[in-house]
Design a protein around this ligand. Structure first.
Ligand SMILES: Nc1ncnc2c1ncn2[C@@H]1O[C@H](COP(=O)(O)OP(=O)(O)OP(=O)(O)O)[C@@H](O)[C@H]1O
Ligand SMILES: [Mg+2]
Length: 147
């Protein structure tokens, strides 16, 4: 099971398409089911779209995680945009501004195992997501044999 970290600069809709595809590909390389890979790609496209819409540009970093019992994917989205005035409220259903069509941040939080927002007005926002999947016994045996 492998996967290199992926870094993407986000400035336009084409980058959003790339982010979605890279997220899916990395998740599949890490052995997530196609369904989970789709959920991860959806979460990544929501936070990437927020960068484009609310902050104009930013950076996305996707990193494989591994420990004894599970594999994971960590996604960090950073921008130097206006920041989120009420981050707790932004996580409640119904806060999103007019015309919201996506899942919004509350939906993203429901799709992942760990979710955090660091934000400061006029400085920017960093959103970190982690999604885990358990490794089964067979995988662990194979890994041990490979070492
Ligand atoms: N990266 C960001 N920089 C600044 N503000 C942000 C950022 N991401 C989210 N926000 C703020 O948090 C609010 C909630 O975001 P959320 O994604 O839930 O809704 P939305 O983007 O307005 O609509 P949609 O449902 O289409 O995603 C946004 O309306 C915006 O004010
Ligand atoms: Mg949004």
């Amino acid at each position: 099971m492998s996967g290199e970290a992926v870094s993407l600069r986000i400035t336009c809709d084409a980058d959003l398409v790339a982010a979605r595809a890279e997220a899916r590909a990395l998740a599949e390389r890490l052995g997530f089911t196609r369904t989970d890979a789709t959920l991860i790609a959806t979460a990544v496209s929501e936070i990437t779209r927020n960068i484009i819409v609310h902050a104009e540009s930013g950076d996305l970093q996707m990193t494989p995680l591994v420990n004894d019992v599970k594999y994971g994917i960590e996604v960090v989205a950073t921008d130097s945009g206006p920041g989120i005035r009420h981050p707790e409220a932004a996580l409640e259903d119904g806060y999103a501004g007019q015309g919201g069509l996506g899942l919004g941040l509350p939906g993203v939080r429901r799709l992942v195992d760990q979710f955090s927002i660091q934000t400061e007005l006029d400085k920017g926002t960093t959103i970190t997501l982690v999604k885990w999947r358990l490794r089964d016994e067979l995988e662990r045996l194979r890994e041990r044999r490979r070492r």
